[in-house]
Design a protein around this ligand. Structure first.
Ligand SMILES: C[S@@+](CC[C@H](N)C(=O)[O-])C[C@H]1O[C@@H](n2cnc3c(N)ncnc32)[C@H](O)[C@@H]1O
Length: 273
């Protein structure tokens, strides 16, 4: 991710975060959060999930916003400071970075983050351990998104591949080998979660302009910083052409992305005596 670009070009993500979190809040009655501690996992620059949460639930006791990228956390502290938000560097797939919050969180929210996690089973297990009994997690992530192939297309193209030599490990992998809701339902049930919602949906997003679409593409692809400044215009143009192969244009001409989203709302059961 490119923290600065993401903080500007996140309209696609913002739309889906709003829809998803509103649906979760109404499904499980997030009316009174006065004494509740909420954790935002993969908060990014704090513009979407954190900002959304506080605009609707200002009475929440505390919002712990974690991200594994120090760059994102530093930017979030500058762009979106708030007395109720505590920004911290932590990795949801690494339990050693989460120990201090174990069993203390009432709600976990995580949007547009889990697709970057290879070992989702481990990440879900850590979410379970973070939650108090009766706590809930609302998790939204991307699955099966054809437009992502445009990055691979560019990385492997004879024209640009030299710029990314030995850098492919930094490529923003989308790990969606298991992309069906049936798979996630079973996995989460086996872990002990109660499933409130687990559904995959196909989505489309039309960008207001070609410029916005290019900004979005670069924001997810921080490797673009390896391209020399004098070649940047050409690179942007090639990346966009590659996107159009996997996305396309609406009849009105606006560039459009097609992608899949997994919406998950789960609860850790209360302890029974
Ligand atoms: C696309 S941004 C999403 C930001 C925000 N939640 C939103 O909805 O716009 C994904 C963020 O997840 C973070 N991330 C990826 N893997 C992570 C992990 N294992 N633990 C914590 N954060 C992670 C990335 O650093 C990045 O800032």
């Amino acid at each position: 991710m490119d923290p600065i670009l993401y903080s500007k070009y996140h309209h696609l993500q913002e739309r889906d975060v709003n829809d998803f979190l509103l649906a979760c809040a109404s499904l499980t009655n997030w009316c009174n959060l006065t004494k509740k501690i909420v954790m935002d996992v993969g908060c990014g620059s704090g513009n979407t999930s954190c900002a959304w949460f506080l605009s609707l639930f200002l009475q929440v006791k505390r919002l712990i916003a974690i991200d594994k990228s120090e760059g994102m956390i530093n930017l979030a502290k500058i762009l979106n400071p708030h007395p109720k938000i505590e920004y911290m560097v932590a990795d949801i797939a690494d339990e050693s970075s989460l120990e201090c919050w174990e069993g203390t969180i009432n709600k976990v929210i995580s949007t547009w983050c889990f697709q970057f996690i290879a070992d989702k089973r481990k990440a879900f297990r850590n979410v379970y351990n973070l939650l108090k009994p009766g706590g809930e997690a609302a998790i939204l992530f991307e699955v099966d998104s054809p437009y992502h192939q445009c990055y691979r297309h560019i990385i492997e193209s004879p024209k640009w591949s030299l710029n990314f030599k030995n850098k492919t490990l930094e490529y923003p992998h989308i790990y969606s080998e298991n992309s069906s809701d049936v798979y996630y339902k079973q996995l989460l049930q086996e872990m002990g979660f109660t499933i409130v919602l687990c559904k995959k949906k196909q989505k489309t997003f039309a960008f207001p302009s070609d410029e916005d679409c290019i900004g979005f593409l670069l924001s997810v692809f921080s490797l673009h910083k390896k391209v020399p400044d004098e070649c940047m215009d050409e690179f942007r143009s090639d990346l966009f052409q590659s996107f159009l192969l996997y996305g396309g244009r609406e009849t009105s001409g606006r560039p459009v992305a097609y992608y899949g989203l997994m919406s998950i709302l789960i609860r850790k059961p209360n302890i029974t005596t």
